[in-house]
Write a protein that binds this ligand. Structure first.
Ligand code: SAM
Length: 279
């Protein structure tokens, strides 16, 4: 692609942005390099990029990776990507909705899979959840997302950002904020600031739970009524009052606490005690 910048390519093809597809293209070269460097791509890596846009980030990934799969929903971008990146032979574009792709069909038996993306805002959380919950074999997600979502993923117990998304991400991954990115780093500028965050998948989940389904149910119910106590949140978990009290006692958790104060280990302890009494 030579030295064409995002703005150059947009002008060259007279590309018209589609707001509803979250098309805010990155123009700040330093942010682009920080994404690529923090993703730590080597010639052993098979990269999945969601939403390549006009391909500026893709071009840097292609220089470093063994192979890059780029999933782009907007058909208008496909000929541009083919034209600009066609010289690389370690590259495949898939013109599909990333939410509908079965990544196992793409990943196959590859050992080192890394996901890199400047994600479209309107599908940030569903895409992250898809990678985390569908059991895909990937090593890391290095993604640029809106600041508020990154802060929720990386949150500590007892903060207002701490919630179900925090627990989902931190159950499967170590999370690390790489850098903040101002809205001015994109064309067109979005209304929100962004953060580059890296989620490194753990070889096994951070805490040991007897049932993942129940663990995430306990988490969900704890946060569905944020201002209420855990006791209120657990009322419909399937135990009578005496047994529920026993579950709290066994896990050494005061039922008057709020869900947002529990560490991930405490959520595991509570869900394991509930599991034992339910089974
Ligand atoms: N990677 C480019 C960059 O950094 O400048 C573009 C990033 S832009 C924030 C998001 C990209 O995702 C756009 O190209 C948009 O068309 C694409 N996109 C939007 N929804 C998508 C979806 N559901 N599946 C795949 N790509 C999508």
């Amino acid at each position: 692609m030579g030295k064409l910048t995002t703005s150059d390519i947009v002008k060259k093809y007279n590309f018209r942005f589609t707001k509803s597809l979250g098309q805010n293209f990155l123009t700040d070269e330093s942010v682009l390099m920080d994404i690529v460097e923090s993703a730590n791509i080597t010639k052993d890596d098979f990269v999945i990029e969601i939403g390549p846009g006009v391909g500026t980030l893709t071009n840097e990934l292609l220089k470093r990776a063994k192979f890059v799969y780029a999933i782009e929903l907007d058909s208008k971008l496909i000929p541009i990507l083919q034209q600009e990146l066609g010289i690389h032979d370690n590259f495949k574009i898939i013109n599909e909705d990333a939410l509908k792709v079965d990544f196992n069909e793409i990943i196959g038996n590859e050992e080192s899979v890394k996901v890199v993306a400047n994600l479209p805002y309107y599908v940030t959380t569903p895409i992250i959840s898809k990678f985390l919950t569908e059991g895909y074999n990937f090593k890391s997600l290095t993604i640029m997302i809106q600041k508020e979502v990154a802060e929720r993923i990386n949150a500590e117990p007892g903060t207002k950002e701490y919630g179900a998304l925090t627990l989902l991400a931190q159950y499967y991954c170590d999370t690390e904020i790489i850098r903040k990115v101002p809205a001015s780093a994109f064309i067109p500028s979005p209304k929100v600031d962004s953060i580059v965050i890296k989620l490194n998948k753990l070889s096994k989940p951070k805490v040991s739970v007897k049932s993942e389904k129940l663990f995430f149910k306990v988490v969900k119910q704890s946060f569905s009524m944020r201002r209420k106590t855990l006791w209120n949140g657990m009322k419909n978990i399937g135990l009578n009052k005496e047994m529920l009290m026993e579950a709290f006692q066994k896990s050494d958790i005061d039922p008057k606490r709020r869900g947002e104060t529990l560490t991930i280990q405490e959520f595991a302890n509570l869900s394991n005690s509930i599991y034992e009494l339910l089974n």
